[in-house]
Design a binder for this molecule. Sequence first.
Ligand code: GLN
Length: 266
Amino acid sequence: MTAGELLAASGLPGAEARALLAFASGATREALIAFPERVVAPEAAARFEALVERRRAGEPMAYLLGVQEFYRRPFCVTPAVLIPRPETELLVELALDALRSIESPRVLELGTGSGCIAISLALERPDARVVAADASVEALAIARANAQRLDARVDFVASDWYAAIAGEFDAIVANPPYVAASDPHLADLRFEPLYALTDHGDGLGCLRTIVAGAPAHLARDGWLLVEHGYDQAAAVRALFERAGFDEVRTVRDAAGIERACTGRFV
Ligand code: GLN
């Protein structure tokens, strides 16, 4: 079959179909647009059709292609890690802002997953000392590979939140699982690791642990920056305030949704 025939038969939106056919055949997306009459080799066509089937069953493009862009860089992903979200780039921006006036800042990321936050921070601030933790050994392997591929200097630690963390940091950053167990939205996320999405409770369980443990691991004037769910802003601010944080602030993402909380431990 020709590229054009395969793309049309897939029933997928054009851009998705082209991305999958490019991946399956080795052709560029531009070539697929310019030369739809080109015949696709049978093995590549079969690979493409298998990918189309998975896509039609709802599997995210990032898992099919094995890659997701975050903060302008490509990150490898597998179903062992959450797919980086564009709204999480806000957390990187906020951390970079917070660290602007600190030389060689020490940064801790909890629950690093693909490593996208820690690696972005390390690459944007080459003078930083970045430690990134995850309880999942599988996730850590992916994060380490991403750091190596992108040439980022990050120390990865297997740790259940703070359990294996030593030392003092100028900033602690986390995008923890915050989706409530009762949230129907979880069904749409069924291809992603459940442990990265939900605390199996009210959605605030991991945030409570992270906020409560932060003061013991922060240097004076250190920052805590977390991502949270669309309806958790007031609850998370209250957690920060109860833990003794100052300058507690909710920040909206590009879609206008209350998405992050930051505070300073004075
Ligand atoms: N932002 C993700 C979603 O709802 C959830 C990520 C998380 O729990 N940290 O799609």
